[in-house]
Design a protein around this ligand. Structure first.
Ligand code: GLN
Length: 196
């Protein structure tokens, strides 16, 4: 059993806990550096990125998450994707710079700021469709050369990874579909095996 940390300062962290539990692994709500040190991987949930930044800094977690994310698996979902990005376009917003992507916040406009649509997902070389739940979602507007796209909504890349870091702009935790979380756990297991 692997312990997956879930940043639990704000946002929909409880839904991620349920997904990891459904896959038979242990979760640890992460609120301090000490909690983080006990985890083999970290999920940064959706929520409000500016609030998350403030709370992470207030709880002395900002640098710790940057250091963790240099080596250990991190999955940033929605606001977590914004936090993990190298750049937030058009805004002087701080980020952890864990993955070489640029994102635009709230990129789908007001009328359709939340929607559900079919998405295409390609995990472990298999292409499938899946339900994508988007809530005031960001858009990944550019990807560095070493970033691999893993899912698409029309022409937009909505799930991508670079090394140990996985990010997605949608919310698989709001469906019963465990595939993205399963993919992340496998990433964590692989890293745990290498680092011992
Ligand atoms: N709109 C939020 C932000 O900009 C992200 C929304 C989400 O995480 N569901 O931080």
């Amino acid at each position: 059993m692997i312990t997956i940390g879930i940043l639990s300062l704000q946002g929909d962290f409880e839904r991620h806990q349920s997904m990891i539990s459904a896959l038979g692994h242990e979760t640890l709500p992460v609120k301090t550096r000490e909690h983080l040190a006990r985890c083999r991987g970290l999920i940064i949930p959706g929520g409000e990125s500016t609030t998350l930044i403030k709370l992470m800094k207030k709880h002395d977690m900002w640098d710790a998450v940057i250091e963790f994310g240099k080596k250990m698996p991190v999955y940033g979902a929605c606001a977590g994707c914004i936090l993990a990005a190298r750049e937030i376009v058009g805004l002087p917003q701080d980020s952890l710079k864990l993955i070489d992507i640029a994102v635009q916040r709230n990129a789908y406009g007001r009328q359709v700021d939340s929607f559900i649509d079919d998405i295409k997902i390609q995990l472990n070389g298999k292409t499938d469709s899946m339900e994508g739940v988007f809530i005031r979602a960001p858009r990944i507007v550019s990807l560095g050369k070493s970033v691999t796209p893993l899912a698409w909504h029309h022409d937009d890349v909505i799930l991508a990874e670079e090394g140990n870091v996985l990010v997605g702009t949608f919310h698989p935790e709001l469906t019963d579909d465990l595939r993205v979380h399963d993919y992340f756990i496998r990433k964590v297991a692989k890293t745990a095996k290498i680092t011992g």
